[in-house]
Design a protein around this ligand. Structure first.
Ligand SMILES: [Zn+2]
Length: 443
């Protein structure tokens, strides 16, 4: 075979591979962002060039299919969490170098493998009871406006249990304060796990078909998957197209810009949640955790305008989704707020209101006034609003006993306070009782 034929062979094999990869992603769309036709076109051109260059090398006719097999098995390995898949496939296919035609055929067919691993179909579960939806939008400040249409009640004084994801979501899922669940506290290089003995939110709805679709690297299945019939963490999803995946990764690694596929992950997550919802039958409980506003530093310049743009985009997504789900009750809230302006921006730094005060919207009209504790998600979902005049806060310091309480009106009470009486002008009996229940001693 002449060099020119080998180059042509490499180019057509590369282009054919990208074309088949794109086609199989369109025929079998599933978990993760959908492939776009423009991206497939870029893939065809890029793979054709890559194939031609490799084809020009000595033994190019054998190298091109081997290269494609190596790349696709490495990609499939990351989708499946099997890092040794690529070397095994390469070893297994190596004898085929003696039969280059067969090797090329195998490489072409392998293009369809990654998309077939992205199965979104839900098994019908058939629960009973009301259809309930909990949407937590990461890093949503109390003053954020999602622009939801329809009838909603907004609670203005909802307080999250902690100023960052892990301890706060443990609080929401166990219905208990950080000091009780003791999860998400710094321990060496990692974080503590919440008390396994505590009942999780989905376990309180045993008759429901229960699905969780989350986007945040901390919300891993091994920590939050208990009790859900289906638990999907979008961070483990891979881009359907090999080139799309690699370009996104390298563009972030080289700090050229945000991974475009990562930016579409919330939309993909909402679509997967909707597909599950339609297939699961009545009596469903859905938890969706979106990351949009959290990404205003990564995808924008960290300004208030960049934050508001992410909030607006997330709001549109939530509004569309809620309208198409048509659930009996929807609760939309956040895991914590954010400090955007001023010194030390971000969250998870202290128990200040800009980080723990969050908005809550409940579909329909319910009564909601005064300070409420976000941890009582079960009550929110059942259409009851918890009443709490004192809310316990924690999750910033390593010491699980280090916590504070926020009294209605925003007064912050430190546990080290010598006497609660010194801090309140007119102590009310129920108020004191609540403080004592939290561990405060009335000396
Ligand atoms: Zn968070």
């Amino acid at each position: 075979m002449t060099r020119a034929v080998s180059v042509l062979h490499g180019a057509s094999l590369g282009a054919g591979f990208a074309l088949l990869e794109g086609l199989s992603s369109f025929i079998h769309p599933g978990l993760g962002p959908d492939a776009r036709s423009g991206e497939v076109l870029v893939g065809v051109v890029a793979w054709a060039i890559g194939g031609a260059l490799l084809g020009a090398a000595p033994q190019g006719r054998r190298l091109v299919p081997l290269g494609l097999l190596l790349a696709v098995s490495a990609h499939a390995g990351t989708v499946l969490g099997l890092p040794w898949l690529a070397p095994i496939v390469l070893l297994g296919c190596f004898p085929l170098v003696l039969r280059p035609r067969l090797l090329s055929f195998v490489a072409l067919v392998s293009a369809c493998v990654p998309s077939s691993l992205r199965d979104v179909r839900a098994e019908p579960l058939g629960g009973t009871g009301e259809d309930l939806v909990l949407i937590t939008v990461d890093t949503l400040r109390a003053d954020a406006e999602l622009g939801l249409t329809g009838a909603w009640t907004r609670c203005d004084e909802a307080i999250a249990p902690a100023p960052w994801t892990l301890p706060s979501v443990y609080g929401l899922m166990t219905g208990s304060a950080v000091r009780h669940h003791q999860g998400g506290l710094r321990a060496g290089t990692g974080y503590t796990v919440a008390d396994e003995g505590l009942v999780r939110l989905p376990e309180r709805f045993p008759d429901h078909a229960r699905g969780a679709f989350v986007h945040n690297p901390h919300l891993r299945a091994e920590l939050f998957g208990r009790g859900w019939d289906r638990f999907e963490q979008a961070d483990t999803w891979r881009a359907p197209l090999l080139l799309q995946h690699s370009l996104g990764r390298w563009s972030e690694r080289l700090e050229l810009g945000p991974d475009p596929v990562r930016q579409r992950r919330d939309e993909a997550l909402a679509a997967a949640a909707e597909a599950w919802w339609e297939g699961a039958g009545d009596g469903r409980l859905l938890w969706l955790h979106l990351l949009g506003p959290h990404e205003y530093r990564r995808s924008g310049n960290g300004s208030r305008a960049a934050y508001d743009a992410q909030v607006e985009r997330t709001g549109r997504l939530v509004d569309e989704l809620v309208r198409s789900l048509d659930a009996d009750r929807v609760v939309v809230t956040s895991d914590h707020g954010e400090r955007i302006e001023g010194p030390s921006p971000g969250h998870g730094k202290d128990l200040a209101d800009d980080q723990v005060h969050v908005p809550v919207w409940i579909s329909g009209l319910v009564e909601c006034s005064g300070q409420v504790a976000l941890i009582d998600i079960e009550s929110w979902l059942r259409g009851e609003v918890p009443d709490a005049t004192v809310v316990e806060l924690g999750g910033v310091r390593a010491d699980p006993q280090a916590f504070e309480a926020r009294a209605e009106g925003g007064t912050r009470l430190e546990r080290s306070a010598p006497s609660i009486r010194a801090l309140v002008d007119e102590p009310d009996a129920t108020w004191v009782e609540r403080l004592e229940a939290l561990g405060y001693v009335d000396e």
